[in-house]
Design a binder for this molecule. Structure first.
Ligand SMILES: Cc1cc2nc3c(=O)[nH]c(=O)nc-3n(C[C@H](O)[C@H](O)[C@H](O)COP(=O)(O)O)c2cc1C
Ligand SMILES: O=C(O)C(=O)c1ccccc1
Length: 363
C-alpha cells in the first residue's frame, strides 16, 4: 500500500505531534499531548518500545503477509483498533462521527468513548456495518449505566470496553495551568446528555430543569456521576455482566494480579494500558507489563494492548509480546487536529502501510 499523492499529514512519526501543535489551539493541543505529572510514564511507554529489538530472518516467502485477526468471533483485516478518545469536538469539526466513518472505510474497528461529542446513535448511523465497540466510563447510578449499555447494544456496538484507570482525571499540568476542563462546559458530554436515564435524574435533582437549557449544571451533574473519583470494585462487575449480552473487555490492566482477577471475574478480554501515561505518573511503561501478563493468562482471555504505539514496528513488537491486537491513540488525533477526518485517515493508513512494509522486511 503506497500513497500516490501527498498525504495530508507527515509520515514521520516523530514530526506528527509538532505538525499538529502548529495548527491546533494551545488548549486543544495540550489536552491530547499532555499527560499526568512530569509525563514520566508517557516517556516510559516509548522507552519500553525502544528496549525491544528485532532479529530479522532471510530467504522466507513474503507473498503471504496476511495480518488479519479474529476478535470475539469477528474477523478483521488488520490487528488495529481506534482507541477510545473522548471530546473529539475540541480537536476538529468532524467529531466522532467523522472518525467512525473513516474507520469503516479503512476497516479498522472503532471504539467509541463515553466521553464523546457525538451520541451513540449518531455514530452507529455513520458506522453502518463497520465494526464498532463501546467504551464505558462507568457511572455510579446503575440506572444510567444500564441505559448506556442498552443503547449501545441496540445501536450495534458488539464489544464492551470498561475503563478502570480513570475514576477522575489525574493531575495534568498542561491543562491545569490553563484551567482547562472541557467537559465542565458540556464538551464531550453528548452520550450522557442524550441519555434518558441521565435526563430523568437531572430533571429530578434540579427541580424539573432540562439538560439542554442548563448545560453548565448538567455537565457538573454528569461529571459527578461518572468522574467522582470513587472507584467501582471487582464485585460490582456483576452489574455489567448482568446487563451486557456480549464480550466484556477491561481497559487499564497493568499488573499480573489484576489480569488474573479479570479471568476470575469471567471477563473476555483485557487491554494492557496505562491510558497513555495520562493517569498515574510513575507507572511502569505499558509494554513492559505485556509479556508477563500474556504468558500467564493469554490462553484464558483476549489480550489487547495500548499506550505508546506510533509505528508499524511498534505494532509488531506488541503482537510478538503477546497482544492479539492493538489500539492506536494520540497519532490519529494529531492527524485529525491537522486535517480533520482525512488527517486521521492518513495517519491510520500510514501505520497500516508501515506495518505491511515491516512485515515484508521480517520475511
Ligand atoms: C485526548 C485523549 C482522550 C482520551 N479519552 C479516553 C476515553 O474517553 N476513554 C478511554 O478509555 N481512554 C481514553 N484515552 C486513552 C486512550 O484510549 C489510550 O489508552 C491512550 O491514548 C494510549 O496511549 P497513546 O495514545 O500514547 O498510544 C484518551 C487519550 C487521549 C490522548
Ligand atoms: O482525557 C482523558 O484521558 C480521558 O480519558 C477523558 C476523560 C473524560 C473526558 C474526556 C476524556
Amino acid at each position: 500500500m503506497f500513497f500516490n499523492q501527498f498525504p495530508t499529514v507527515t509520515t514521520d512519526p516523530n514530526k506528527l505531534e509538532e505538525q499538529a501543535r502548529e495548527v491546533m489551539s494551545v488548549r486543544s493541543f495540550n489536552y491530547v499531548g499532555g499527560g499526568a505529572g512530569e509525563r514520566a510514564t508517557m516517556a516510559a511507554n516509548r522507552l519500553a518500545f525502544r528496549q525491544w529489538k528485532i532479529v530479522p530472518r532471510m530467504l522466507r516467502p513474503t507473498t503471504h503477509r496476511d495480518m488479519s485477526v479474529e476478535l470475539f468471533g469477528t474477523k478483521q483485516p488488520n490487528p488495529l483498533l481506534i482507541a477510545p478518545i473522548g471530546v473529539q469536538s475540541i480537536f476538529h469539526d468532524d467529531k466522532e462521527t467523522g472518525v467512525a466513518s473513516i474507520a469503516k472505510d479503512i476497516e479498522i474497528s472503532y471504539v467509541l468513548s463515553t466521553a464523546s461529542s457525538s451520541t451513540i446513535e449518531e455514530v452507529a448511523e455513520v458506522s453502518g456495518n463497520g465494526q464498532r465497540w463501546f467504551q464505558l466510563y462507568w457511572p455510579h447510578t446503575d440506572s444510567i449505566t444500564i441505559s448506556l449499555l442498552v443503547r449501545a447494544k441496540k445501536a450495534g456496538f458488539e464489544v464492551l470496553v470498561v475503563t478502570l484507570d480513570t475514576w477522575a482525571l489525574a493531575w495534568r499540568p498542561w491543562d491545569l495551568d490553563r484551567g482547562y476542563v472541557p467537559f465542565l462546559k458540556g464538551l464531550g458530554c453528548a452520550v450522557g446528555f442524550s441519555d434518558p436515564a441521565f435526563q430523568a435524574q437531572f430533571r429530578q435533582q434540579s427541580g424539573g430543569k432540562s439538560v439542554d437549557d442548563n448545560i453548565v449544571e448538567a455537565s457538573a451533574a454528569w461529571t459527578a456521576d461518572v468522574f467522582s473519583g470513587a472507584a467501582h470494585t471487582w464485585d460490582q462487575l456483576e452489574v455489567i455482566k448482568d446487563n451486557w449480552d456480549g464480550p466484556i473487555v477491561l481497559k487499564g490492566i497493568q499488573s499480573l494480579e489484576d489480569a488474573k482477577l479479570a479471568v476470575d471475574a469471567g471477563m473476555d478480554g483485557i487491554i494492557v494500558s496505562n491510558h497513555g501515561g495520562r493517569q498515574l505518573d510513575g507507572a511502569v511503561g505499558s509494554l513492559d507489563q505485556l509479556a508477563e501478563i500474556a504468558e500467564a493468562v493469554g490462553d484464558k482471555l483476549t489480550i489487547l494492548f495500548d499506550s505508546g504505539i506510533r509505528t508499524g514496528v511498534d505494532v509488531i513488537k506488541a503482537l510478538s509480546l503477546g497482544a492479539k491486537a492493538v489500539l492506536i491513540g494520540r497519532p490519529w488525533v494529531y492527524g485529525a487536529g491537522k486535517a480533520g477526518k482525512k488527517g486521521a485517515k492518513d495517519v491510520l493508513k500510514g501505520i497500516l502501510a508501515d506495518l505491511d512494509q515491516v512485515r515484508l522486511q521480517l520475511n
